[in-house]
Design a protein around this ligand. Structure first.
Ligand code: FES
Length: 116
């Protein structure tokens, strides 16, 4: 089972600004749609992480799930994932969530996307 599944590998990522840092205070989450992806961003204690809003178990949206100690629980069947990496923490999912590299520059949050 792969530990993580990045949307792109640096340096082959294109970073696209998608939100202002001030729109995502610590403890909050933000939903965006970019290209073909629904993405949920989390601010965990000042660090920002971005995951595809699609559970790898049955493809349902996962972004509204509860977070405890940096672990996101899918509201449908209870799979658990590490918010920082998308790694599976508990089944039934076996594949990591798609994780987008994040950069914060000049008050903007930018997502790393594959350079097609
Ligand atoms: S859809 Fe997420 S655990 Fe089933």
């Amino acid at each position: 089972m792969p530990f993580s599944r990045p949307a792109c590998q640096e340096p082959d990522c294109v970073f696209v600004p998608i939100a202002l840092v001030e729109d995502l205070p610590p403890g909050e989450r933000l939903f965006v749609h970019i290209d073909e992806w629904d993405v949920v961003l989390f601010n965990l204690d000042g660090q920002i992480f971005a995951l595809e809003d699609r559970c790898t178990h049955a493809g349902r949206p996962i972004g509204e799930g509860e977070i405890e100690d940096g672990v996101l629980t899918c509201p449908y069947h209870g799979s658990r994932f590490d918010v920082r990496t998308g790694a599976v923490v508990a089944p039934p999912a076996t594949e990591p969530l798609l994780a987008f590299p994040v950069r914060v520059v000049d008050g903007l949050i930018a997502l790393g996307l594959p350079a097609f």
